[in-house]
Design a protein around this ligand. Sequence first.
Ligand SMILES: Cc1cc2nc3c(=O)[nH]c(=O)nc-3n(C[C@H](O)[C@H](O)[C@H](O)COP(=O)(O)OP(=O)(O)OC[C@H]3O[C@@H](n4cnc5c(N)ncnc54)[C@H](O)[C@@H]3O)c2cc1C
Length: 99
Amino acid sequence: MLVVGAGPTGLTLACDLARRGVSVRIVDKASEFTHGSRGKGLNARSLEVHDDLGVVDRMPESGVTHMPHRKYRGAKVIAETDPEAGRWRRRIRPTRQDS
Ligand SMILES: Cc1cc2nc3c(=O)[nH]c(=O)nc-3n(C[C@H](O)[C@H](O)[C@H](O)COP(=O)(O)OP(=O)(O)OC[C@H]3O[C@@H](n4cnc5c(N)ncnc54)[C@H](O)[C@@H]3O)c2cc1C
């Protein structure tokens, strides 16, 4: 199966196809990753999709409640700081009653 576009939609589709035993090739017209953040928080619909995929309860284990700040000059990373370090270093815990 050919998946065109390696954004979140294409990658999620490719992962689900692979889980179902379908061989996948992903192509993207971009030659490099987008610089900067376009997805630091998960919205409700994304959580619903991940729930359908059966992975939403494992996601908090790899998430944090805040993000470090990364500064770029062009494509070059020039600094990375974590202004919340030591203050809000707790991991997200599932809050759903059925988890
Ligand atoms: C500044 C910013 C901040 C954001 N923050 C959040 C956030 O905190 N939380 C959140 O949930 N969402 C956030 N979003 C939205 C989120 O980034 C998008 O909803 C998401 O990227 C959409 O994923 P997608 O795979 O549908 O499309 P895209 O991410 O746009 O990916 C599409 C891919 O397809 C490729 N492509 C397109 N046409 C072709 C073609 N003809 N041939 C080959 N490849 C092609 C593109 O190069 C691209 O890589 C943010 C968006 C922006 C701009």
